[in-house]
Design a protein around this ligand. Structure first.
Ligand SMILES: Nc1nc2c(ncn2[C@@H]2O[C@H](COP(=O)(O)OP(=O)(O)OP(=O)(O)O)[C@@H](O)[C@H]2O)c(=O)[nH]1
Ligand SMILES: [Mg+2]
Length: 200
């Protein structure tokens, strides 16, 4: 459970006057559930199942963890005083990607997690988004201890991202890093809507 789930934080502040939905996507095992758990002020909803033999030969990181999201994650975080984000995390396994479209309904933007140890997996993810959604995107490079460190502009080039797409790096287990990524996305999305900003 995330460190933000104290008794007080569970109650939505009376100062909240804007609620936005955000989709969190990324390839298998990139840290989507971890990010939502790190930031959520409410006990997050997760749909983890044991990885099954159906994953053998399909999931390259099988063995590195033993559960996977099979439907969705859900959490909530308040940015600044007045913006509540409702976070919907998708399953990373390819066979569940058809669920993304439904989960994206009504979202203001998509946070895409990237693992630089497996950058090629992210090409597919970004292609899928480009094909099926017109939502604003921000990319967060989740730094694992053995991740090669690339400057953000290099990641941008490698992923062929448009100049306006925010790219941030960090360890999504760390709440401030995860919040910074969400702020980058929401600021970007609100800018596109001409709808002000949030203060973290
Ligand atoms: N060292 C390190 N480990 C991480 C980090 N983020 C996630 N992990 C670990 O990596 C594994 C994958 O995390 P998940 O959050 O389950 O990944 P996911 O993207 O939700 O995975 P699926 O739902 O199966 O696609 C977990 O064992 C995490 O503890 C990180 O930033 N650094
Ligand atoms: Mg997950």
């Amino acid at each position: 459970m995330g460190s933000a789930t104290s008794e007080d934080a569970r109650h939505l502040s009376a100062d909240v006057d804007r609620s936005v939905k955000v989709l969190v996507v990324g390839a298998y095992g990139v840290g989507k559930t971890t990010l939502i758990d790190a930031v959520s002020e409410i006990p997050m909803l997760r749909t983890e199942e044991q990885i099954t033999t159906a994953s053998v030969g399909v999931d390259p990181r099988r063995g590195a963890k033993d559960t996977t999201t099979v439907a969705m994650d859900f959490g909530r975080v308040t940015l600044g005083a007045s913006t509540a984000l409702y976070l919907f995390g998708t399953p990373g396994q390819r066979r569940f990607w058809d669920l993304w479209a439904g989960l994206a309904d009504g979202a203001v933007g998509v946070l895409v997690l990237v693992d630089t140890r497996r950058l090629e997996d992210s090409f597919e993810v970004l292609d899928q988004l480009e094909e099926h959604s017109r939502l604003p995107v921000a990319v967060v490079v989740n730094q694992f201890p053995d991740s090669p460190r690339h400057p953000d502009p290099e990641v941008r080039r490698a992923l062929d991202l448009p100049p306006e797409t925010p790219v941030v790096s960090g360890d999504v287990r760390e709440r401030p890093h995860a919040v910074a990524a969400l702020v980058a996305l929401v600021e970007h999305a609100l800018r596109r809507q001409g709808a002000g900003s949030v203060a973290a």
